[in-house]
Design a protein around this ligand. Structure first.
Ligand SMILES: Nc1ncnc2c1ncn2[C@@H]1O[C@H](COP(=O)(O)OP(=O)(O)OP(=O)(O)O)[C@@H](O)[C@H]1O
Ligand SMILES: [Mg+2]
Length: 337
């Protein structure tokens, strides 16, 4: 199995290039899935899909050997699957129906990042040969990989275990036998959050703790897989105006986390060569402006090529937005292997 993760700053074309890559890999005969963890759902437009199902196959030439699938990250569905797959069968219904469960699945900020690695793991188990991950635009573009590890460390930490154990102890023995200090803490928390909420949280925690611990273990393994250069490569997408700055930022950010940068794409490079001729009046000025702008793009590209130690490719600016397979084919022609 191979994983390719697309990263880049906002609006540079990550989703379009990820979709084009999925198309190219499917055409090469693989069973390939593009997973977008970008809530903007642009992948649908890029692939010409309708509706919002979980995993949807993209219609390609039926004679072609490969398969192209697309999936959006659905936080609730991913968490539900984790509970069903890993939860104690007797506790599952209580977990799924618990009021705190709905709150953490649907309204906790940060669940998106935590569930991304879980979803990658679930797709791996479904037997896709190629998984292409389109990431969300973010200032901290790699946050979705930092948070799961932080969570895994937290789930390991003794205080989290302590709360779980204390609660079980309290439940088993009744509040009376709990030490004074513990009672003080519960009273304080209850006076802030309300008694009902505290007991709900603790009750939920005691049900959920094994799933959270299991999640932590899987997240660690998935992140290790994303660090394994034999399995995963990161591809950075950038735009001509910010190519050098982005390349430096992402080279450092990826290396700092021990992820392998395997390719850089400068997307939306102007493809038409206006030649040497000019014109008069406004047309002449426009041609000159285009020529200057285009040579600045190319100079930037060459400077980047000299600086980078990984393969670099230019992707052409299309004459319209990327919509559907035909447009993706045009981008796919210039992709790196
Ligand atoms: N090579 C291209 N030529 C023309 N338009 C393009 C090209 N690449 C991307 N676009 C257009 O630019 C816009 C942004 O592209 P896309 O959604 O792929 O970027 P993104 O990096 O995923 O954005 P976000 O950071 O918001 O997720 C879209 O309207 C898309 O159609
Ligand atoms: Mg996107």
């Amino acid at each position: 199995m191979k994983i390719t993760v697309f990263v880049g700053t906002g609006g540079v074309g990550k989703t379009s290039v990820a979709a084009a890559t999925g198309l190219a890999r499917a055409r090469a005969g693989h069973r390939c899935l593009v997973l977008t963890i970008d809530p903007a759902r642009r992948l649908r437009t890029a692939l010409g899909l309708t509706g919002a199902p979980e995993e949807q196959q993209v219609r390609l030439d039926p004679a072609a050997p490969g398969e192209l699938w697309a999936a959006m990250l659905d936080v609730r569905a991913t968490l539900d699957e984790a509970v069903r797959r890993y939860g104690d069968p007797e506790l599952q219904p209580r977990i799924l129906a618990h009021p705190i469960y709905a709150a953490i699945a649907d309204s906790l900020a940060g669940m998106q990042e935590l569930m991304a690695v879980e979803r990658i793991d679930q797709l791996r188990l479904r037997g896709f040969e190629e998984i292409i991950v389109d990431t969300a635009p973010s200032r901290h573009a790699l946050e979705f990989l930092d948070k799961p590890v932080a969570f895994a460390n937290l789930a390991d930490s003794s205080w989290v275990k302590l709360i779980g154990r204390t609660y079980k102890f309290v439940e088993a023995t009744g509040m009376l036998s709990v030490g004074r200090a513990t009672m003080e803490i519960y009273r304080k928390v209850e006076s802030i959050l309300g008694a009902r909420l505290v007991s709900d949280v603790l009750d939920f925690y005691s049900l959920f703790v094994s799933i959270a611990e299991g999640y932590g273990e899987r997240a660690r393994k998935t992140v290790a897989m994303l660090r394994d250069p034999a399995v995963t490569g990161f591809r950075v997408v950038t735009a001509p105006q910010k190519a050098v700055r982005d390349a430096r930022f992402f080279t450092e950010a990826l290396a700092g986390r021990k992820f392998r940068a395997e390719a850089f794409y400068v997307n939306r490079m102007w493809p038409y060569d206006p030649g040497a001729g000019g014109g008069t009046g406004l047309a002449g000025e426009l041609i000159e402006w285009y020529r200057d702008e285009r040579s600045a793009q190319q100079a930037g590209f060459e400077a980047l090529r000299a600086e980078l130690r990984v393969p670099l490719a230019a992707l052409p600016e299309l004459d319209r937005d990327v919509e559907g397979v035909a447009d993706l084919e045009r981008i796919a022609r210039n992709l790196l292997p």
